[in-house]
Design a protein around this ligand. Structure first.
Ligand code: KG4
Ligand code: ZN
Length: 333
């Protein structure tokens, strides 16, 4: 019989609870976003985020169980993201998961949140074949990973400063838009051509697979200060051109990695992958270049506990569990 897992994700400002049967059958996947709770502060306030997680996590677990028509006793394992993220937020999920694993006497599985993003693709379209290239474009991380098997990775490239999502959020905020900035910028990019302004494509003219987005953010700050009239009249074209620069860097570096590693399979995941502009660009490039593309629907791109449970289901199958000394780590290790 397929194992049933409870997944918890409290890495940043979303509280998410999922119940998964086997590796793909999502019985519940509930996410409460805190964007509104932090709006007045212009960014996520860590202390407030952990308090909010604490308030909502227990009712959300009960709601997920009710939705799945299950009881605590039906769970075979408890999975939780224990890195990376805000320490106080992570600790809420980790502590609840440990308490449940101990009281139910069920295995505990700690999951690296960033590593779990590509697993959204298994939920959406089934298991991938190895070797495969994963591009993860989450709010805080931009990574190119080569996977030769589950949990057997080589990091080919990562950002040396800001992640792409972080850059998009900060530039949108600079232009007066509320968090998260990605959906706003994506809407402009779909409506208006992105070739009116030539913004920098950091590190694209240098060899290698590292990313850098802080220079682009600074270029946008300077452009905004020096061209108030252009911004007033042509903000959609400016933001669309900015996003085109981000998309160009992500797509071109990804294809550079596919070529240098001689890979023909690609998955894209993470919150920024919810962008329709990014999806359309990858879809047409992959068709053109004969690359097999896995791309999850937007609801599985942004943070959710189903992807955490999906990764954990693969660990459960291998009998690789954690003990109650499982700790939370703010950084990617
Ligand atoms: O993966 P994620 O939900 O959280 C982290 O793990 O960090 O990613 C959040 C990022 C933010 O930069 C947000 O602006 C972006 O995903 N995002 C989007 C969309 N929805 C969220 N970007 C473009 N289009 C969207 N629809
Ligand atoms: Zn994420």
């Amino acid at each position: 019989m397929n194992a049933i897992g409870l997944g918890l994700d409290t890495t940043f400002d979303d509280t998410s609870v999922a119940i998964l049967r086997g590796v793909r059958e999502v019985l519940a996947n509930l996410t409460l976003s805190q964007y509104r709770d932090h709006e007045e502060f212009g960014g996520v306030v860590p202390e407030r985020a952990s308090r909010k997680h604490l308030e909502v996590i227990h009712p959300l677990i009960r709601e997920a169980l009710a939705k799945a028509g299950l009881d605590f006793a039906d769970l075979d394992y408890i999975a939780v993201s224990n890195m990376p993220g805000l320490l106080g937020s992570l600790l809420v999920g980790v502590t609840v998961a440990k308490a449940l694993a101990w009281s139910l006497d069920k295995p505990l599985i700690g999951v690296n949140h960033v590593e779990s993003h590509p697993y959204a693709n298994i939920l959406a379209s089934g298991p991938w074949k190895f070797p495969v290239l994963h591009l993860v474009v989450a709010g805080g991380h931009t990574l190119l990973l080569r996977a030769d098997a589950h949990f057997d990775y080589t990091i080919l490239g990562r950002t040396v400063d800001d992640a792409a999502g972080e850059c998009v959020d900060k530039v949108a905020k600079m232009f007066g838009h509320p968090m998260p900035g990605g959906p706003v910028v994506d809407r402009y990019a779909l409506k208006v051509p992105g070739d009116a302004f030539a913004f920098p494509r950091p590190l694209l003219n240098k060899p290698g697979l590292e990313f850098s987005f802080s220079g682009l953010k600074t270029a946008m700050l300077r452009f905004r200060e020096q061209n108030p009239n252009v911004i007033r009249k042509q903000e959609p074209a400016v933001l669309s051109s900015f996003f085109q620069a981000v998309v160009d860097v992500l797509v071109k570096k990804t294809f550079r990695a596919l070529k240098s590693e001689q890979l023909t399979r690609l998955t894209v995941s993470g919150g920024l992958a919810a962008s329709q502009k990014l999806r359309q660009t990858f879809e047409s490039e992959c068709t053109h270049q004969g690359i097999e593309l896995c791309y999850p629907p937007p609801s599985l791109c942004t943070d959710n506990a189903a992807m955490v449970a999906c990764l954990a289901a693969h660990r459960y199958a291998q009998g690789r569990f954690d003990d109650l000394s499982l700790d939370a780590f703010p950084n990617l290790v």
